[in-house]
Design a protein around this ligand. Structure first.
Ligand code: NAP
Ligand code: SF4
Length: 674
């Protein structure tokens, strides 16, 4: 498959980009780490070698009050700018181009000292900003200009001004956050004065041959956000102020609508970018859930954008563009939009990486080098841990035999893929199937290998990745016909109209999502997604918000846990609220502080807040966590055995940990030539 539009150059007048891909801004927390800029240079250079045309860095603040939190990344001095040369040089040595993103947090700054147009606190931040006076506004503008100049001195090819997602500039634009009655507030012309003034002065300062991108919010998705007419007027004003390109942003961070998570259909918001593009003369960039070259090509061919922004997809695979260009698109390690190792890490103040590619942001320390001591290695279990170990070890030159009892690879991924909103996992399985073939791993399916055979096989290493078994809680009547394990449910066992789910971890939530699915296709069909989440596609509703069409669960579903905490507390930082919201909207009843008494013909007997209750359900699904499967490992005691994935430890296990453990063990095996 070829991608003629995606791979066609884009002439900016003073520079020609080799194709239509931008690596979108993505904060990795390397920006703040000791030695982080060197690591960022290596990280970005690898993406340039992989073919991306233009990179935008994570956000750097133009001053301390604009920083995301006290001490977070900023570019305010010559010394700070000089330190970035390690990034720009690394990118330029590979023939790439890179822009610095200037991000002013405004009222999203976490910690004291935030400033904004008005003293209105954000619903997602306990800290209230101070309203800027005239002098304060002037300072913010000149700080942006100064940072733009410093970026130029640091060797950047341009800058992106972050004007979307509800940050400082967006806060000036929207009446929701701008209640001023001076020249910087009130009527729309006044509210956009700040971005227009800022862009005009930045352009005057950096000259004509410097890329100037403005990230503009095409759909605010919050009450009091911009109307469609205002979005277009802002776009035109930004174009006139000297922008080279407009990148598009979707939704403020405080919007209660998912915009990039896995349950958002691919390229779901490109129509909004396209609608703006048709009103402007400069190149426009589409973003959000464009994770496949054919999806990108379709966006471009529909005239929805001039370029596509790939942020997470380039964490998942640095060679995304090169593989597309070389007819190897089926080899791309696809971003599954889980957010688990990228955004969740960023928000937890950990270094970002990628669930499907643990090398992301670890390029300087996690190497898959060819071995000069090839070993004979047996791997037992073709779930995420076993697969990732097998392909990396084999890529390094080891001879790997992978035993799997089932008739196909994937382990628990084959179950998870059945959950609405998790179909992207199919791409991970496709990727691993291809890598197994390319690296010539000997794959033995339907082979429940025993300890004797492994010992007799004279393997140098035996890697046990036998995974987990569901925990069976000690509840009276657990073997009643009403009780089903989650695996049986996912394998198609019949489930009644009233269901109680014991356990509200990741799997309990997944099962509740599946069993309450009203069949609205909101995770696959763009129009259905927009209806379900109340997003207007006509341009008539302010901020793109309309009444959502909520379809209730076809079943009566109870989701239960013993802990007194809010259900879903341990789900991903950036996606947990979406899972909760989906279940709430469908009418799933969530109970915490539950004690389980028994399961019998009447249903599930529980006690909540000291009160005995019977949930009259037809089915009780057990999602009470996992236990490691270690029988084989125990029988292999004394051999050179490595335990990874669920077999090593079931608590807190997920695909992220399993894949990382597999990759890291394979990288560690002795025998590297360098
Ligand atoms: P889990 O997250 O450990 O949840 C287990 C649930 O069972 C908890 O709600 C726990 O809550 C309950 N439980 C534990 N022991 C019990 C017992 N003896 N009797 C009754 N209830 C008991 O495990 P999981 O849901 O099986 O998920 C496995 C792993 O996969 C987790 O690490 C999870 O993060 C991961 N996963 C992640 C996602 C995702 O979307 N990120 C999706 C699926 C799975 P109480 O003890 O309070 O009752
Ligand atoms: Fe994509 Fe998940 Fe990797 Fe983030 S962690 S880049 S969402 S696959």
């Amino acid at each position: 498959m070829s991608f003629p539009l995606l791979l066609s150059p884009l002439d900016l007048g003073f520079a020609v980009l080799p194709n239509r891909t931008v690596m979108g801004s993505m904060h990795t927390n390397l920006e703040e780490a000791e030695g982080g800029l060197e690591r960022l240079g290596v990280f970005y250079a690898e993406r340039v070698r992989g073919g991306v045309a233009l990179i935008v860095t994570g956000g750097f603040a133009p001053n301390e009050e604009g920083a995301m939190f006290p001490g977070s990344a900023k570019m305010t001095t010559i010394e700070e700018a000089d330190a970035h040369k390690v990034v720009t040089n690394a990118v330029h040595e590979e023939g790439g181009r890179i822009c610095l993103q200037i991000l002013h947090a405004g009222r999203y700054r976490y910690g004291g000292g935030a400033v904004g147009p008005s003293a209105i606190r954000s619903p997602i931040n306990p800290f209230k900003p101070t309203a800027l006076d005239e002098e304060g506004i002037e300072k913010q503008i000149s700080d942006f200009v100064s940072t733009a100049k410093l970026a130029q001195d640091a060797g950047y090819d341009g800058i992106e001004i972050m004007g979307s997602e509800g940050y400082f500039i967006n806060q000036f634009i929207a009446a929701r956050t701008n209640r001023r009655d001076d020249a910087w507030g009130g009527v729309f012309e006044n509210r956009i004065r700040l971005p227009v003034e800022l862009m005009t002065r930045v352009r005057a300062a950096v000259g004509e041959r410097f890329i100037l991108i403005f990230r503009l919010s095409v759909l605010d998705l919050v009450e009091g956000g911009s109307s469609w007419d205002e979005v277009v007027r802002l776009g035109r004003a930004i174009e006139a102020a000297g922008a080279t390109m407009i990148n598009t942003g979707i939704g403020w961070h405080e919007a209660r609508i998912p915009t990039i998570a896995a349950m958002v259909p691919r390229a779901a918001f490109a129509w909004a970018t396209g609608r703006l593009r048709r009103k402007l003369g400069l190149p426009v960039i589409a973003s959000n859930r464009i994770n496949d070259p054919s999806v990108a090509e379709a966006v471009l061919s529909k005239g929805e954008a001039d370029m596509v922004s790939l942020a997470r997809p380039l964490l998942a695979d640095a060679e995304f563009v090169r593989k597309a260009a070389e007819g190897r698109a089926n080899e791309i390690n696809t971003c599954i939009a889980c957010n688990q190792a990228c955004l969740d890490h960023t928000f937890e103040m950990k270094e970002a990486s990628c669930l499907v590619n643990p090398r992301a942001c670890h390029e300087t320390e996690l190497h898959y080098r060819p071995t000069d001591l090839p070993k004979e290695i047996a791997v037992v279990g073709a779930g995420p841990a076993g697969l990732s170990f097998a392909v990396v070890a084999a890529e390094r030159g080891h001879r790997v035999t992978l035993f799997e009892a089932a008739s196909k690879i994937g382990g628990q991924l084959n179950l998870a893929i059945k959950i609405p909103g998790k179909s992207e996992l199919g791409e991970t399985l496709r990727y691993f199937r291809g890598r197994l073939e390319m690296t010539e791993v000997r794959l033995c399916l339907e082979t429940r290998v025993g300890a004797d055979r492994l010992v007799a096989g004279s393997f140098d290493h035996i890697v046990v990745a036998t995974g987990v078994a569901p925990r069976i809680p000690e509840i009276e009547g657990i073997d009643h016909a009403k009780a089903l394990g989650y695996r049986e449910v996912l394998q198609g066992a019949e489930v009644g109209n009233a269901v109680a789910i014991i356990g509200a971890g990741g799997i309990g939530f997944d099962i509740a999502t599946l069993l309450s699915d009203p069949g609205d296709d909101a995770d696959r069909d763009v129009a259905a997604f927009m209806r379900t989440w109340g997003i207007d596609m006509s341009g008539g509703a302010r901020a793109g918000l309309i009444e959502s069409v909520v379809r209730e669960s076809p079943r009566r579903v109870y989701l239960l846990q013993r802990k007194p905490t809010k259900l879903g507390n341990d789900l991903g930082r950036t996606t947990g609220w979406v899972h909760r919201s989906i279940l709430q909207r469908r009418g799933v009843r969530m109970l915490n502080g539950v004690g389980y008494r028994k399961i019998d013909d009447a249903g599930l007997h529980i006690v909540v807040a000291g009160e005995e209750r019977v949930l009259e359900v037809d089915t009780v699904v057990i999602c009470a966590g996992q236990e490691p499967c270690r029988e084989l490992a125990d029988r292999l005691a004394g051999q050179r055995v490595h335990l990874i994935g669920g077999a090593e430890g079931a608590a807190g296990l997920d695909a992220k940990r399993a894949i990382e453990q597999g990759c890291r063990l394979a990288a560690r095996l002795p025998g590297s030539t360098t």
